[in-house]
Design a protein around this ligand. Structure first.
Ligand SMILES: [Zn+2]
Length: 81
């Protein structure tokens, strides 16, 4: 095991923020941009970046950003159904 940082506790991250932690999300988890509220839905993929449907958020390429506002992946928050 590598060093695990303690869970974000609200300092620097919103509660429920993805925060770059892939362990918080599953292959079908939708995430929402906290800047413009754009939602990434793995079931739909992303036409803008030519991401095929079925691609999990954590499988998006590192250069992926919000198609709407250019926010980075760690600006996204987990959407709870
Ligand atoms: Zn955005």
């Amino acid at each position: 095991m590598t060093d695990q940082k303690p869970e974000p506790d609200g300092k620097g991250f919103y509660a429920g923020s993805y925060g770059g932690n892939d362990e918080k999300i599953g292959p079908k988890t939708r995430l929402e941009c906290k800047i413009c509220w754009e939602i990434y839905d793995p079931a739909l993929g992303d036409d803008y970046w030519q991401i095929p449907a079925g691609t999990a958020f954590f499988d998006l390429p590192d250069h992926w950003t919000c198609p709407n506002c250019d926010g980075k992946k760690d600006e996204f928050m987990v959407v709870k159904d």
